[in-house]
Design a binder for this molecule. Structure first.
Ligand SMILES: [Zn+2]
Length: 507
């Protein structure tokens, strides 16, 4: 129903848009982009100060309090209207400038990962805080790049009297796929014309089509009856037996699933000691596939297996939805516009020292020694990845583009401490400048070219209807605000001594 409303509303507004704001000639558009680039260059230090500060906060998903406070302060001072705490999540940040349509939103995140603490610049294992959390994917860079690009667009909108709205959605806890379905449900994207997904990568790139995988994350708990393992085991009902049977049951199913599926689990409660029959057992599953209907089909079978395991052991069970993510559906019309901006901006000029550092790092990490990329990726060369991002949900309700910027070293895998070596390096900083420029220029295109929005919408209407969106979030589900809280609080104090103390201001 919501999608219907969005579709019709957008059509009406696009028609109005065509009457009110004819497409800017290419040269005028270039002047706008040149102004955006000047703003980014002038504020490069301020932008990377934002990203660096977030790196040292090292905050886990749903606990991004210091990161979002810094972003709120920076964006408020930069003239944005900022809402913190929407959709029932204290660290959910939405910032916007302007009013009405077209409305273009940058969708990104700033959370870190458990165990990711690492001293920047050294590729020997050396945590800043032992066992502490840290940015071993580089989401900290998203804070600076998104804020900077939106600010540059704002300056251009003011100077050139461009109508519309530019916004940023920093969603909490991307690393656990925990927030975007709630943002969609809360209606944040219902009056939006297009979004751009922003993510760090080792190259300047965009793409189109279905880019990654659907995922469903749920926790299954079995309840039995405890007894002494030797004296009266016949009186016990073993909840961990149910978990094992669930595991075996799923392994039998594997042969009959599509080759595209992925399923993995971890046992989170597995008993106490051998002579106590466990009355509680818990297993946490991720089920994935190339499309959400396919993932859901496997997930429904998993529910049946749980039921069977309970029946065999005389236990009872329940399942708690933890998270879900649709695959990202990225729009070709927007990708073509983004690609032109990628070619306009170009890959950063790396210094000899930066190239040498990257090569030494790759050698030490036993990866191909290729250095940093010196050319952007051509459009269309990307295949569907098996990873997931909960921003995928948004892409089924609004036409979406994507921008990746070159702030990490090729071959160094995210979610390993090694990826925390470079997010505050000059390599990362240069990549952020390129990313902010491409992002700003692409938003300017979307704000000033009604035909582009119309084309993107038409493509979206066809592609998204092939797999109509449905939410996996149970109607009574609420975001898990306790997620990572205990883990974060263990290290928050120790991390404080690394804080940069900077309060960046854009000008
Ligand atoms: Zn990420």
């Amino acid at each position: 129903m919501q999608r219907e409303t969005i579709g019709n509303g957008a059509k009406i507004l696009l028609t109005l848009g065509l009457l009110l704001a004819p497409a800017a000639p290419a040269d005028a558009n270039d002047a706008r982009k040149q102004l955006a680039f000047e703003v980014v260059d002038r504020n490069a230090q301020q932008m990377t100060d934002v990203s660096d500060a977030i790196f040292y906060f090292g905050e886990l998903g749903m606990q991004e309090f210091e990161s979002t406070k810094l972003l709120k302060d920076t964006l408020t001072a930069a003239g944005f209207k900022v809402e913190l705490g929407g959709a029932g999540m204290p660290t959910n940040l939405w910032a916007e400038y302007g009013s009405g349509r077209p409305k273009i939103v940058i969708v990104t995140e700033v959370d870190a990962l458990p165990g990711g603490s690492q001293t920047p610049g050294t590729y020997e294992r050396k945590p800043l805080v032992a066992n502490g959390p840290g940015h071993m994917e580089g989401h900290n860079t998203h804070g600076g790049v998104a804020s900077m690009a939106a600010f540059a667009v704002k300056q251009v909108m003011q100077r050139h009297n461009i109508p519309g709205t530019v916004a940023i959605s920093f969603g909490p806890a991307e690393e656990q796929l925990a927030s975007r379905p709630y943002l969609v449900r809360a209606g944040y994207f219902k009056d939006v014309d297009a979004i751009i997904l922003l993510h760090i990568r080792d190259t300047l790139a965009t793409g189109f089509g279905v880019q990654n995988y659907a995922a469903i994350s749920s926790v299954f708990t079995f309840y039995g009856k405890t007894a002494h393992g030797a004296t009266n085991p016949w009186e016990g009902k073993d909840a961990v037996d149910a978990i094992q049977l669930m595991d075996i049951g799923f392994d039998k199913l594997r042969e009959h699933l599509r080759p595209t599926y992925r399923a993995h689990r971890t046992i989170t409660v597995g008993g106490i000691q051998p002579n106590i029959i466990p009355d509680k057992g818990q297993i946490w599953w991720f089920v994935r596939d190339a499309s959400m209907p396919a993932a859901k089909e496997t997930y429904d079978k998993l529910l049946k297996i749980a039921e069977g395991a309970a029946l065999m052991t005389g236990t009872t069970w329940d399942v708690k939805y933890a998270a879900s993510a649709w695959p990202q559906l990225v729009n070709k019309a927007i990708a073509e516009a983004v690609q032109k901006n990628i070619e306009l901006v170009g890959v950063p000029q790396w210094s000899e020292q930066e190239q040498q550092f990257a090569k030494d790092f790759q050698k030490a990490a036993e990866k191909p020694v290729v250095g940093l990329r010196t050319a952007p990726v051509p459009l269309g060369g990307r295949t569907q990845a098996a990873s997931s991002n909960d921003n995928g949900d948004v892409t089924w309700v609004v036409p979406a583009g994507s921008v990746n910027f070159p702030s990490s070293v090729p071959g160094i895998q995210y979610h390993e401490w090694k990826a925390a070596v470079t997010p505050v390096s000059s390599i990362s900083h240069k990549g952020q400048v390129a990313g902010a420029k491409v992002l700003a220029a692409s938003i300017i295109d979307l704000l000033t070219t009604p035909e582009l929005l119309q084309k993107a919408r038409a493509e979206f209407e066809v592609e998204s209807k092939k797999t109509p969106y449905f939410s996996l979030v149970p109607p009574d589900a609420k975001p898990d605000l306790e997620l990572n809280r205990a883990e974060m609080e263990k290290y928050r104090g120790e991390l404080t001594k690394f804080h940069t103390g900077k309060t960046p201001r854009f000008n």
